[in-house]
Design a protein around this ligand. Sequence first.
Ligand SMILES: Cc1ncc(COP(=O)(O)O)c(C=O)c1O
Length: 363
Amino acid sequence: MKWKEQILNLHAYQPGKSIDAIKREYGLERIVKLASNENPYGCSNKVTEMLNNQTTSNALYPDGYAFDLRMSLATHFQVQPSELIFGNGSDELIQIINSALIKPGTNAVMATPTFSEYQQYTIINGGEAREILLTDKGEHNFTEMLNVIDENTAIVWICNPNNPSGVYMKEEELVAFLEKIPNDILVVIDEAYNEYVVANDYPNTLKLLKRFKNIIMLRTFSKIYGLASFRIGYGVADPSIIKTLEPIRSPFNTNTFAQKAALAALADQEFLEQCKRKNREELEKMYQFLENVGLSYYPTQGNFLLVDFQTDGDQIFQKLLQQGFIVRSGKSLGFPNSVRITIGQAEDMEALRKAIQLILTTV
Ligand SMILES: Cc1ncc(COP(=O)(O)O)c(C=O)c1O
Protein backbone atom coordinates (compact mmCIF):
# COMPACT_ATOMS: atom_id res chain seq x y z
CA MET A 1 0.00 0.00 0.00
CA LYS A 2 1.08 3.54 -0.65
CA TRP A 3 0.15 4.79 2.81
CA LYS A 4 1.07 8.33 3.79
CA GLU A 5 4.32 7.87 5.67
CA GLN A 6 3.25 10.15 8.51
CA ILE A 7 0.30 7.97 9.54
CA LEU A 8 2.32 4.83 10.12
CA ASN A 9 3.42 5.78 13.65
CA LEU A 10 0.05 7.04 14.80
CA HIS A 11 -1.91 5.14 17.42
CA ALA A 12 -5.60 4.38 17.14
CA TYR A 13 -7.87 5.66 19.91
CA GLN A 14 -7.81 3.08 22.70
CA PRO A 15 -11.29 2.57 24.09
CA GLY A 16 -11.22 1.61 27.78
CA LYS A 17 -12.65 -1.69 28.99
CA SER A 18 -16.41 -1.87 28.99
CA ILE A 19 -18.22 -1.19 32.25
CA ASP A 20 -19.50 -4.79 32.27
CA ALA A 21 -16.00 -6.17 31.80
CA ILE A 22 -14.73 -4.10 34.74
CA LYS A 23 -17.64 -5.21 36.94
CA ARG A 24 -16.84 -8.86 36.19
CA GLU A 25 -13.09 -8.46 36.62
CA TYR A 26 -13.28 -6.73 40.02
CA GLY A 27 -16.54 -8.23 41.26
CA LEU A 28 -18.18 -4.80 41.52
CA GLU A 29 -21.88 -4.00 41.51
CA ARG A 30 -21.59 -0.43 40.35
CA ILE A 31 -19.12 1.56 38.30
CA VAL A 32 -18.87 5.35 38.17
CA LYS A 33 -17.39 6.73 34.97
CA LEU A 34 -15.53 9.97 35.49
CA ALA A 35 -13.21 9.72 32.51
CA SER A 36 -14.53 11.57 29.46
CA ASN A 37 -15.93 14.85 30.82
CA GLU A 38 -19.50 13.91 29.97
CA ASN A 39 -22.41 15.46 31.84
CA PRO A 40 -23.16 13.31 34.94
CA TYR A 41 -26.73 14.71 35.03
CA GLY A 42 -27.53 13.45 31.54
CA CYS A 43 -29.42 15.86 29.31
CA SER A 44 -32.49 18.07 29.50
CA ASN A 45 -35.90 16.34 29.90
CA LYS A 46 -36.93 18.32 26.84
CA VAL A 47 -34.58 16.16 24.76
CA THR A 48 -36.04 12.93 26.14
CA GLU A 49 -39.61 14.15 25.53
CA MET A 50 -38.74 15.15 21.98
CA LEU A 51 -37.17 11.76 21.25
CA ASN A 52 -40.19 9.91 22.65
CA ASN A 53 -42.57 11.93 20.47
CA GLN A 54 -40.59 12.26 17.29
CA THR A 55 -42.11 10.99 14.05
CA THR A 56 -39.29 11.43 11.53
CA SER A 57 -38.93 8.80 8.87
CA ASN A 58 -35.82 6.70 9.39
CA ALA A 59 -35.59 6.17 5.65
CA LEU A 60 -34.86 9.78 4.82
CA TYR A 61 -31.49 11.48 4.88
CA PRO A 62 -31.08 14.24 7.45
CA ASP A 63 -31.24 17.91 6.54
CA GLY A 64 -27.67 18.53 5.41
CA TYR A 65 -28.04 22.25 6.14
CA ALA A 66 -29.43 21.63 9.66
CA PHE A 67 -31.91 24.42 8.97
CA ASP A 68 -33.93 24.43 12.21
CA LEU A 69 -30.92 24.11 14.46
CA ARG A 70 -29.01 26.68 12.42
CA MET A 71 -31.79 29.26 12.74
CA SER A 72 -32.21 28.61 16.43
CA LEU A 73 -28.49 28.84 17.19
CA ALA A 74 -28.15 31.97 15.02
CA THR A 75 -30.88 33.62 17.10
CA HIS A 76 -29.37 32.36 20.33
CA PHE A 77 -25.98 33.91 19.54
CA GLN A 78 -27.23 36.87 17.48
CA VAL A 79 -25.14 35.78 14.47
CA GLN A 80 -26.02 35.16 10.84
CA PRO A 81 -26.93 31.59 9.79
CA SER A 82 -24.02 31.85 7.33
CA GLU A 83 -21.62 32.19 10.27
CA LEU A 84 -22.31 28.61 11.46
CA ILE A 85 -20.96 25.20 10.52
CA PHE A 86 -22.02 21.90 12.13
CA GLY A 87 -19.89 18.83 12.70
CA ASN A 88 -20.22 15.24 13.79
CA GLY A 89 -18.93 16.38 17.14
CA SER A 90 -16.48 19.25 17.23
CA ASP A 91 -13.94 16.47 16.59
CA GLU A 92 -15.06 16.47 12.98
CA LEU A 93 -14.67 20.23 12.72
CA ILE A 94 -11.07 19.88 13.93
CA GLN A 95 -10.58 17.34 11.16
CA ILE A 96 -12.23 19.59 8.54
CA ILE A 97 -10.18 22.64 9.52
CA ASN A 98 -6.99 20.62 9.28
CA SER A 99 -7.81 19.18 5.89
CA ALA A 100 -8.60 22.69 4.63
CA LEU A 101 -5.32 24.23 5.73
CA ILE A 102 -2.61 21.72 6.50
CA LYS A 103 -0.33 20.22 3.86
CA PRO A 104 3.37 19.33 3.83
CA GLY A 105 5.44 22.44 4.43
CA THR A 106 2.85 24.12 6.65
CA ASN A 107 2.74 24.09 10.43
CA ALA A 108 0.20 24.49 13.20
CA VAL A 109 1.02 26.09 16.52
CA MET A 110 -0.58 24.74 19.68
CA ALA A 111 -0.02 24.19 23.37
CA THR A 112 1.06 20.92 24.93
CA PRO A 113 -0.49 19.15 26.77
CA THR A 114 -3.77 20.04 25.14
CA PHE A 115 -6.57 18.25 23.29
CA SER A 116 -4.66 15.67 21.23
CA GLU A 117 -6.78 15.85 18.07
CA TYR A 118 -5.18 19.14 16.97
CA GLN A 119 -1.77 17.49 16.73
CA GLN A 120 -3.09 14.21 15.34
CA TYR A 121 -4.76 15.79 12.31
CA THR A 122 -1.83 18.11 11.66
CA ILE A 123 0.34 15.01 11.30
CA ILE A 124 -2.21 13.14 9.17
CA ASN A 125 -2.25 16.04 6.73
CA GLY A 126 1.54 16.11 6.50
CA GLY A 127 2.08 19.32 8.49
CA GLU A 128 4.32 20.06 11.42
CA ALA A 129 2.82 20.43 14.88
CA ARG A 130 4.67 23.12 16.81
CA GLU A 131 3.79 22.29 20.38
CA ILE A 132 4.59 24.80 23.09
CA LEU A 133 4.66 23.66 26.71
CA LEU A 134 2.02 25.07 29.02
CA THR A 135 3.35 27.37 31.74
CA ASP A 136 3.73 26.08 35.31
CA LYS A 137 0.25 27.43 35.97
CA GLY A 138 -1.19 25.26 33.16
CA GLU A 139 -1.79 28.29 30.89
CA HIS A 140 -0.98 28.62 27.20
CA ASN A 141 2.42 30.24 26.79
CA PHE A 142 1.38 32.91 24.30
CA THR A 143 4.84 34.51 24.24
CA GLU A 144 6.51 31.28 23.12
CA MET A 145 3.65 30.45 20.75
CA LEU A 146 4.20 33.81 19.03
CA ASN A 147 7.92 33.07 18.75
CA VAL A 148 7.35 29.93 16.66
CA ILE A 149 4.75 31.41 14.29
CA ASP A 150 6.29 31.96 10.86
CA GLU A 151 5.19 32.42 7.24
CA ASN A 152 4.31 28.72 7.00
CA THR A 153 1.98 28.74 9.98
CA ALA A 154 -1.55 27.97 8.83
CA ILE A 155 -3.39 27.41 12.12
CA VAL A 156 -3.02 28.47 15.75
CA TRP A 157 -5.00 26.33 18.21
CA ILE A 158 -6.22 27.66 21.54
CA CYS A 159 -8.12 25.38 23.87
CA ASN A 160 -9.96 27.58 26.35
CA PRO A 161 -10.37 26.32 29.02
CA ASN A 162 -7.62 23.88 28.23
CA ASN A 163 -8.18 20.14 28.34
CA PRO A 164 -6.57 18.52 30.38
CA SER A 165 -5.34 21.32 32.68
CA GLY A 166 -8.75 23.04 32.97
CA VAL A 167 -6.98 26.40 33.11
CA TYR A 168 -8.33 29.34 31.08
CA MET A 169 -6.80 32.27 29.21
CA LYS A 170 -8.13 35.71 30.15
CA GLU A 171 -9.70 38.05 27.59
CA GLU A 172 -6.95 40.64 27.99
CA GLU A 173 -4.19 38.08 27.30
CA LEU A 174 -6.07 36.57 24.40
CA VAL A 175 -6.69 39.94 22.72
CA ALA A 176 -3.02 40.93 23.07
CA PHE A 177 -2.09 37.60 21.45
CA LEU A 178 -4.64 37.92 18.63
CA GLU A 179 -3.41 41.43 17.83
CA LYS A 180 0.03 40.01 17.04
CA ILE A 181 -1.11 37.15 14.80
CA PRO A 182 -1.05 37.82 11.04
CA ASN A 183 -4.59 37.86 9.68
CA ASP A 184 -3.93 35.12 7.12
CA ILE A 185 -3.52 32.56 9.93
CA LEU A 186 -6.67 30.85 11.17
CA VAL A 187 -6.97 30.98 14.95
CA VAL A 188 -9.17 28.20 16.30
CA ILE A 189 -10.58 28.84 19.75
CA ASP A 190 -11.95 25.57 21.07
CA GLU A 191 -14.48 26.31 23.80
CA ALA A 192 -15.85 22.82 24.40
CA TYR A 193 -16.27 23.65 28.12
CA ASN A 194 -17.37 27.28 27.69
CA GLU A 195 -20.72 26.84 29.42
CA TYR A 196 -19.05 25.69 32.65
CA VAL A 197 -16.87 28.78 32.96
CA VAL A 198 -17.47 31.07 35.95
CA ALA A 199 -14.45 33.42 35.62
CA ASN A 200 -15.47 37.03 34.90
CA ASP A 201 -12.42 37.75 32.76
CA TYR A 202 -12.97 34.77 30.45
CA PRO A 203 -13.10 36.04 26.84
CA ASN A 204 -16.32 36.85 25.06
CA THR A 205 -15.21 35.16 21.85
CA LEU A 206 -18.46 35.94 20.04
CA LYS A 207 -17.63 39.61 20.45
CA LEU A 208 -14.01 39.06 19.39
CA LEU A 209 -15.23 37.36 16.20
CA LYS A 210 -16.54 40.74 15.04
CA ARG A 211 -13.13 42.34 15.46
CA PHE A 212 -10.80 39.49 14.41
CA LYS A 213 -12.00 38.01 11.14
CA ASN A 214 -9.46 35.16 11.28
CA ILE A 215 -11.03 33.36 14.27
CA ILE A 216 -13.23 30.29 14.35
CA MET A 217 -14.84 29.40 17.66
CA LEU A 218 -15.70 25.75 18.29
CA ARG A 219 -18.38 24.59 20.70
CA THR A 220 -20.11 21.29 21.33
CA PHE A 221 -23.35 19.73 22.52
CA SER A 222 -21.33 16.86 24.03
CA LYS A 223 -20.43 18.44 27.34
CA ILE A 224 -22.83 20.54 29.42
CA TYR A 225 -25.73 19.81 27.03
CA GLY A 226 -25.23 16.10 27.77
CA LEU A 227 -25.55 14.90 24.17
CA ALA A 228 -22.16 13.21 23.60
CA SER A 229 -23.75 10.10 22.10
CA PHE A 230 -25.43 12.13 19.36
CA ARG A 231 -22.15 13.57 18.06
CA ILE A 232 -22.90 17.18 17.28
CA GLY A 233 -20.75 20.30 17.58
CA TYR A 234 -20.52 23.62 15.76
CA GLY A 235 -18.20 26.38 14.69
CA VAL A 236 -18.87 30.13 14.48
CA ALA A 237 -16.78 32.29 12.15
CA ASP A 238 -16.91 34.93 9.47
CA PRO A 239 -19.08 33.75 6.51
CA SER A 240 -16.02 33.71 4.23
CA ILE A 241 -14.35 31.10 6.47
CA ILE A 242 -17.51 29.01 6.75
CA LYS A 243 -18.01 29.13 2.98
CA THR A 244 -14.50 27.79 2.41
CA LEU A 245 -14.87 24.98 4.95
CA GLU A 246 -18.38 23.85 3.94
CA PRO A 247 -17.38 21.82 0.83
CA ILE A 248 -15.05 19.67 2.97
CA ARG A 249 -17.87 18.60 5.27
CA SER A 250 -19.66 15.45 4.16
CA PRO A 251 -23.23 16.37 3.13
CA PHE A 252 -25.10 14.52 5.90
CA ASN A 253 -22.53 14.69 8.68
CA THR A 254 -25.01 15.48 11.48
CA ASN A 255 -27.97 13.15 11.72
CA THR A 256 -31.65 13.96 12.16
CA PHE A 257 -31.82 12.92 15.83
CA ALA A 258 -28.68 14.85 16.73
CA GLN A 259 -30.07 18.01 15.14
CA LYS A 260 -33.41 17.63 16.90
CA ALA A 261 -31.81 16.76 20.23
CA ALA A 262 -29.52 19.80 20.00
CA LEU A 263 -32.48 22.03 19.16
CA ALA A 264 -34.43 20.78 22.19
CA ALA A 265 -31.36 21.03 24.43
CA LEU A 266 -30.65 24.61 23.34
CA ALA A 267 -34.16 25.62 24.38
CA ASP A 268 -33.53 24.52 27.98
CA GLN A 269 -30.92 26.95 29.26
CA GLU A 270 -32.30 26.41 32.77
CA PHE A 271 -30.88 22.86 32.69
CA LEU A 272 -27.47 24.29 31.79
CA GLU A 273 -27.58 26.72 34.69
CA GLN A 274 -28.36 23.89 37.12
CA CYS A 275 -25.52 21.74 35.78
CA LYS A 276 -23.08 24.63 35.93
CA ARG A 277 -24.04 25.41 39.54
CA LYS A 278 -23.82 21.79 40.69
CA ASN A 279 -20.49 21.36 38.91
CA ARG A 280 -19.09 24.35 40.80
CA GLU A 281 -20.44 23.08 44.14
CA GLU A 282 -18.81 19.70 43.64
CA LEU A 283 -15.58 21.31 42.48
CA GLU A 284 -15.39 23.45 45.61
CA LYS A 285 -15.80 20.33 47.76
CA MET A 286 -13.02 18.63 45.81
CA TYR A 287 -10.71 21.63 46.22
CA GLN A 288 -11.31 21.58 49.96
CA PHE A 289 -10.65 17.85 50.16
CA LEU A 290 -7.48 18.01 48.06
CA GLU A 291 -6.14 20.83 50.18
CA ASN A 292 -6.87 18.83 53.33
CA VAL A 293 -5.03 15.76 52.05
CA GLY A 294 -2.20 17.83 50.55
CA LEU A 295 -2.65 17.03 46.86
CA SER A 296 -2.15 19.78 44.29
CA TYR A 297 -4.40 20.51 41.33
CA TYR A 298 -4.98 23.11 38.66
CA PRO A 299 -7.96 25.36 39.42
CA THR A 300 -10.36 24.49 36.61
CA GLN A 301 -13.08 26.24 34.64
CA GLY A 302 -14.34 22.98 33.15
CA ASN A 303 -16.17 19.93 34.51
CA PHE A 304 -12.93 18.08 35.18
CA LEU A 305 -9.98 18.40 37.51
CA LEU A 306 -6.34 17.42 36.99
CA VAL A 307 -4.93 16.18 40.29
CA ASP A 308 -1.23 15.64 40.88
CA PHE A 309 -0.71 12.47 42.95
CA GLN A 310 3.09 12.73 42.68
CA THR A 311 3.21 9.10 41.70
CA ASP A 312 2.53 7.09 38.56
CA GLY A 313 -0.89 8.15 37.22
CA ASP A 314 -1.54 4.65 35.84
CA GLN A 315 -1.22 3.18 39.32
CA ILE A 316 -3.73 5.62 40.79
CA PHE A 317 -6.03 4.94 37.85
CA GLN A 318 -5.77 1.20 38.56
CA LYS A 319 -6.41 1.59 42.29
CA LEU A 320 -9.47 3.73 41.68
CA LEU A 321 -10.70 1.24 39.10
CA GLN A 322 -10.56 -1.53 41.69
CA GLN A 323 -12.89 0.58 43.81
CA GLY A 324 -15.30 1.16 40.94
CA PHE A 325 -14.19 4.54 39.57
CA ILE A 326 -13.03 5.02 35.99
CA VAL A 327 -10.93 8.17 35.78
CA ARG A 328 -8.34 9.12 33.17
CA SER A 329 -4.68 8.50 33.86
CA GLY A 330 -2.61 11.60 33.13
CA LYS A 331 0.06 9.43 31.53
CA SER A 332 -1.46 9.51 28.07
CA LEU A 333 -2.46 13.16 28.59
CA GLY A 334 1.05 14.49 29.15
CA PHE A 335 0.85 14.62 32.97
CA PRO A 336 2.35 11.27 34.01
CA ASN A 337 1.87 11.79 37.76
CA SER A 338 -1.68 13.02 37.58
CA VAL A 339 -5.16 11.77 36.94
CA ARG A 340 -7.97 13.73 35.33
CA ILE A 341 -11.27 13.37 37.11
CA THR A 342 -14.60 14.38 35.60
CA ILE A 343 -16.76 16.07 38.21
CA GLY A 344 -19.70 13.78 38.89
CA GLN A 345 -22.81 13.86 41.07
CA ALA A 346 -22.53 14.65 44.79
CA GLU A 347 -22.91 11.08 46.06
CA ASP A 348 -20.38 9.68 43.63
CA MET A 349 -17.90 12.44 44.42
CA GLU A 350 -18.27 11.74 48.13
CA ALA A 351 -17.51 8.06 47.47
CA LEU A 352 -14.59 9.02 45.23
CA ARG A 353 -13.06 11.10 48.01
CA LYS A 354 -13.29 8.08 50.33
CA ALA A 355 -11.61 5.95 47.66
CA ILE A 356 -8.78 8.48 47.26
CA GLN A 357 -8.41 8.70 51.03
CA LEU A 358 -8.08 4.92 51.20
CA ILE A 359 -5.38 4.95 48.52
CA LEU A 360 -3.46 7.67 50.32
CA THR A 361 -3.56 5.89 53.67
CA THR A 362 -2.53 2.51 52.24
CA VAL A 363 0.45 3.72 50.12
C1 LIG B 1 -11.23 20.47 24.22
C2 LIG B 1 -12.11 19.54 23.47
N1 LIG B 1 -12.43 19.84 22.21
C3 LIG B 1 -13.21 19.03 21.48
C4 LIG B 1 -13.71 17.87 22.01
C5 LIG B 1 -14.54 16.98 21.13
O1 LIG B 1 -15.85 17.02 21.50
P1 LIG B 1 -17.00 16.45 20.56
O2 LIG B 1 -16.36 15.85 19.34
O3 LIG B 1 -17.70 15.43 21.39
O4 LIG B 1 -17.84 17.63 20.21
C6 LIG B 1 -13.40 17.50 23.32
C7 LIG B 1 -13.89 16.24 23.88
O5 LIG B 1 -13.51 15.77 24.90
C8 LIG B 1 -12.57 18.37 24.07
O6 LIG B 1 -12.22 18.07 25.32
